[in-house]
Design a protein around this ligand. Structure first.
Ligand code: GDG
Length: 486
């Protein structure tokens, strides 16, 4: 039987497939699993539950048949060039992304982008509807696919549908700008369980539902009235659960890398290559305006200017991995950051020493962990961030129990990682004080804080996150069956 004709008990639907296309030395094309927490968390579930993953392969106009990779059935959904521009770069990354991140950048509202978003969501939903077995669990991910739960429920009321939003959900005052605010909520409410990163996000969502639809919400439950139709049986409403499931990382895999002698040696090498400075500060982010890279650079530059940090004994490594390079706001941000870095190095550098080492590259996981180990202070200064996994990766990698985490209170991770030095990145003076506190912190204090942080990140890893979400989903599916019984 062709993979195409099979049906699956567990279906993941995400914008991207968890694989990247690679071309071998001999010219043959293949796929490589892209390392990410989500795949790691879902791999075991996919294998044991006869699972399929529906997603875009990442390049326009690629038509690929379903295939098997590392025991997971991959089901590619193709997007043409116009859809990449309108659904993905446009509506997803230039409308929803800035709107959901507190309008740090101005969202663009274009009706043709919306039309494309609807038709691409329809394609993903149709694919899931045709692949899911009777009563299957379908787990839809993220802001690119918010209409899928509703579209799927219409076609397949037998399914149990989960949705997880990886980014924040904005306050109603901002959300209400969206010309299609009702359609998006209807799409999401097609799910049985809607997961958010923070309790505050779930609260914003429930409020939007109350304001726009007047539905009753109690705790994490939302009562959604049923329209006439097949679903209307004994009750006239169904219950949707909307609550926080804070995502995490595969903590053990970071600890394993941090224990590898070659990674430890690489960390030492990095420090040596930088001239063994007294303090290394480190930031790593996708080059995105939500991450507060400019605020971080401003605080650092002022500390050099004030003489509170000495450029001859301090280095900031900033890895900014390339991201969304065809979206105008990202091009402008890159120019601004690179100009600022140039200024700082020009003003405070000397022959053989640059106060900022700026790297516009992506690096292998091993190199990331070596950088985490090499740095004394980790800077996470996001202006708004669903969770921020970098903060958790830093903590998981510090098996030596050392290092200081500076963490924005606007990142979801700050709900849990209270022993970090918490900052408001808009308060440049506050960021400066936190950096000085981190640099001067006594080893005992550093270790005490890191011990507490590590406990959190080790206890709450990504396997626990997915297990908790799926448990809630199964509970919802049983409750749904009960409601159907007259
Ligand atoms: C979204 C939400 C939420 C980055 N550069 C390199 C590299 N990375 C890896 C990091 C980390 C991941 O990318 C970034 O995750 P974050 O959570 O920090 O941020 P987003 O990309 O914005 O993710 C976010 C997340 O979804 C999950 O729900 O936490 O709030 O915005 O894993 O390590 N990895 C490698 N080389 C790089 O150069 N190998």
């Amino acid at each position: 039987m062709e993979l195409e004709d099979e049906s699956y008990d567990f279906v993941v639907v995400a914008n991207r497939l968890p694989v990247d296309s690679v071309t071998e030395a001999d010219g043959t094309k293949g796929w490589k699993l892209s390392p990410g927490g989500l795949v790691t968390a879902l791999e075991p579930v996919m294998r044991s539950a006869d699972g399929a993953w529906i997603g875009w392969p990442g390049a326009a106009d690629t038509h690929v048949d379903p295939f098997e990779h590392d025991g997971i059935t991959m089901v590619p959904v193709s997007l043409d060039q116009t859809e990449v521009e309108r659904y993905y770069e446009g509506f997803s990354n230039d409308t929803l992304w800035p709107l959901y991140h507190d309008v740090i950048a101005q969202p663009s509202y274009h009706r043709e982008w919306w039309d494309s978003y609807v038709s691409v969501n329809r394609r993903f939903a149709d694919r899931a509807a045709s692949l899911a077995s009777h009563g299957a669990i379908v787990w839809v991910h993220d802001y690119q696919l918010q209409l899928v739960p509703g579209m799927l429920r219409e076609k397949r009321p037998d399914l149990t549908i989960g949705f997880f939003n990886h980014i924040p959900f904005p306050a109603y005052g901002l959300y209400s700008q969206l010309p299609w605010r009702r359609q998006i909520l209807t799409g999401l409410l097609g799910a049985d369980v809607i997961g958010f990163q923070r309790t505050a996000d779930a609260g914003n969502f429930a409020r939007a539902v109350r304001r726009l639809f007047g539905y009753e919400t109690r705790g994490s439950s939302i009562r959604v009235p049923l329209e006439d139709g097949a679903e209307r049986r004994s009750r006239h409403s169904r219950t949707v659960v909307a609550r926080a499931f804070p995502i995490s990382i595969d903590s053990a895999s970071f600890a394993d890398l941090a224990a590898r002698p070659d990674v430890v040696e690489r960390a030492r090498q990095i420090r040596e290559d930088l001239g063994n400075p007294k303090t290394i500060l480190f930031g790593v982010d996708r080059l995105d305006y939500t991450k507060g890279i400019r605020h971080r650079l401003k605080a650092y530059a002022e500390l050099l200017q004030d003489g509170r940090l000495d450029a001859s004994e301090t280095t900031l490594i900033q890895v900014a991995s390339p991201s969304r390079e065809r979206v105008a706001a990202y091009m402008e941000l890159r120019d601004e950051i690179e100009m600022t870095v140039g200024r700082i190095n020009g003003d405070y550098g000397s022959i053989g020493s640059a106060p900022v080492h700026y790297l516009h590259h992506g690096y292998p996981r091993e190199e990331m962990v070596a950088l985490y180990l090499a740095s004394d202070v980790m800077l996470v200064t996001a202006l708004r961030d669903g969770m921020n996994l970098v903060a958790k990766e830093y903590v998981a990698s510090r098996i030596d129990g050392d290092g200081v985490l500076i963490l924005s209170e606007f990142a979801g991770a700050s709900d849990d990682l209270r022993q970090a030095l918490l900052i408001n990145p808009h308060d440049i003076q506050g960021v400066k004080e936190a950096i000085v506190t981190a640099v001067e912190m006594e080893p005992r204090d550093r270790k005490r804080r890191m011990r507490a942080l590590r406990r959190k990140v080790i206890e709450n890893d990504v396997a626990k996150w997915s297990a908790t979400f799926l448990e809630e989903l199964r509970r919802a599916s049983h409750a749904g069956t009960a409601a159907d019984t007259p």
